[in-house]
Design a binder for this molecule. Structure first.
Ligand SMILES: CC(C)(C)c1cccc(C(=O)NCC2(NC(=O)c3cccc4nocc34)CCCC2)c1
Length: 258
């Protein structure tokens, strides 16, 4: 956690620094950068090479396809990244990492900052990981070309949790993912027109009865989570469903089978 004045600093160690523009140039994260709450720096290992060809990769010992990222340029790049933020947690985005969860994002948002290492080719020399990396995080089980997009996903998830970044602190936006709706999928969203392609918006949403609307939304969120992501619902159940929640879910399930 940083005090309100100093920005939360993330340094991305990557061979493609321009990819950070996806965070710094658009939307909520751009606004956070513009008003000094978030700072996204990049460090390119290629700038720490000493040979004429600025070599960052080499063939794998033991043979096999592809290339491996060399230790030395990475170690120097990480050293430079740490210098700017000594207390930062150093994370290697990796298929071997722990799955990224909202809880993990919340924990990282409380840290003094992050240094994120994005791999390319077949990955990095293991000795770099042993010496320099605090933890490894994965965003999912599929083959990717590099760790940059995972790093940008992590930065986005963490940035939204930095106090003040979402602007209206006590905003519905903040609450819609925490508190009553924590660990639940979203309810359906609607906006004008009231009828589209002959399909009308659920009348309760136009009723102005905020209590009925709250209950309808909670029922939809519980029901959709039950339907699409029973694993998330289990997590919620482990924390105990209220009487109202259990009743709404039972109603939803009964309506499904009718
Ligand atoms: C079993 C399975 C997960 C499918 C698998 C097994 C072996 C390799 C790969 C693979 O994608 N290797 C390529 C690289 N991948 C990632 O960096 C990466 C990929 C996915 C999620 C991530 N979250 O953070 C970083 C991530 C590693 C070096 C350059 C990119 C994937």
């Amino acid at each position: 956690m940083t005090t309100d004045s100093t920005p939360y600093t993330v340094t991305l160690v990557t061979l493609f620094p321009e990819m950070a523009r996806a965070i710094t140039d658009f939307g909520v994260t751009r606004r956070a950068v513009d008003n000094g709450q978030l700072q996204v720096e990049t460090v390119n290992p290629r700038d720490f090479t000493e040979d004429r060809h600025r070599t960052v990769d080499d063939r794998p010992f033991g043979g096999g396809p592809g290339m491996v990222m060399k230790v030395d340029p990475l170690a120097k790049a990480l050293q430079s990244a740490r210098a700017a933020n000594p207390a930062a947690t150093v994370i290697y985005l990796s298929p071997q990492g722990q799955p990224l969860t909202q809880a993990k994002a919340e924990a990282l948002a409380k840290q003094p900052g992050l240094v994120l290492l994005a791999g390319r080719y077949e990955g990095v020399d293991e000795r770099l990981l042993d010496a320099e990396v605090d933890e490894q995080i994965s965003i999912g089980d599929y083959v990717l070309s590099g760790g940059e997009l995972p790093a940008l996903v992590l930065i986005d998830a963490v940035s939204r949790l930095i106090p003040g970044v979402l602007g209206h602190q006590d905003s519905a936006e903040q609450d819609s993912f925490s508190g009553e709706f924590e660990n639940l999928l979203d309810c359906p969203h609607y906006t004008r027109p009231e009828v589209y392609n002959g399909q009308a918006v659920p009348p309760v949403l136009l009723s102005g009865n905020h209590e009925l609307i709250r209950r309808w939304r909670l029922k939809q969120a519980l029901g959709r989570t039950w339907q699409q992501r029973p694993d998330l619902l289990e997590r919620r159940r482990a924390r105990g469903l209220s009487k109202e929640e259990q009743q709404l879910l039972d109603e939803y399930i009964a309506e499904q089978s009718s």
